[in-house]
Design a protein around this ligand. Structure first.
Ligand code: ZN
Ligand code: ZN
Ligand code: ZN
Length: 234
């Protein structure tokens, strides 16, 4: 499936569009954002600015801000909800050489260092400049880069404690048959053909091998069909 490598996204505060790296710079300078931050009320926490992206699909990215007091487990649940969850696969963060997993079996004879649990708070493991790895599903894996860009003292967003500062617009994936329209489905059971609704045979879409084109680095993997609600996370 042909892919576009660079995508833009909108700033949540002023609506201006930038590519991923430009957005990191913009978020520090955005006047609309500075105004909102100046008027924050409530209990302060350390907040991390974290960039996440598909390791091999970097056109899928998010800039996020999250309290240092949440656990890796909450961050994992957020990533699953918005980008990853298909059938409850295992996942892990790898920070330096240490793995942090949801389920750590105390009786299991792990190869190498025994993993730690995701009950650790971000304040214990994150710091500006950190580049960490994340993986969802150890079979058809979706690997992510997790980059801690910055931190500040501020008030977490009440409605969305993990706040989406910006997220990539869906990349252009043209239909491989007509080249005219956006592809809507991918056939994942052999050749990953991506077709628009005009060129695809609607009845054939009942076949489980067809997956919808969704705005996620897990597009076309396993049975992934799009985001779940993340409202009840906190
Ligand atoms: Zn802005
Ligand atoms: Zn799955
Ligand atoms: Zn087409």
């Amino acid at each position: 499936m042909p892919r576009q490598k660079q995508t833009k996204g909108k700033c949540a505060y002023c609506g201006k569009e930038f590519a991923k790296t430009g957005m990191a710079r913009h978020l520090k300078a955005c006047l609309a954002r500075q105004q909102v931050l100046a008027e924050e009320k409530g209990t302060k926490d350390t907040l991390f600015h974290v960039q996440v992206q598909g390791k091999y699909r970097p056109e899928y990215w998010m800039h996020l801000e999250m309290p240092a007091s949440i656990t890796l487990e909450k961050f994992d649940a957020f990533l699953r909800g918005i980008w990853l969850e298909c059938c409850g696969h295992l996942s892990m963060f790898k920070i330096h050489e240490t793995r942090y997993e949801v389920l750590v079996d105390p009786t299991f004879d792990y190869w190498g260092e025994k993993p730690k649990t995701m009950k650790h708070k971000l304040s214990k493991v994150f710091y500006p400049g950190l580049k960490a790895d994340y993986q969802y599903d150890f079979g058809s894996t979706t690997p992510l880069d997790v980059i801690v860009i910055d931190q500040r003292e501020g008030v977490p967003n009440k409605a969305q404690p993990i706040y989406i500062l910006s997220r990539n617009d869906p990349p252009d994936i043209p239909c491989e048959n007509c080249g005219q329209h956006q592809a809507m489905r991918i056939y994942t059971w052999h050749d990953y053909t991506a077709l628009c609704d005009e060129c695809g045979d609607a009845s054939a879409y009942d076949d489980e091998g067809w997956l919808p084109v969704v705005n996620s680095p897990r597009v076309g993997e396993c049975g992934y069909t799009g985001d779940d609600a993340v409202d009840d996370l906190f």
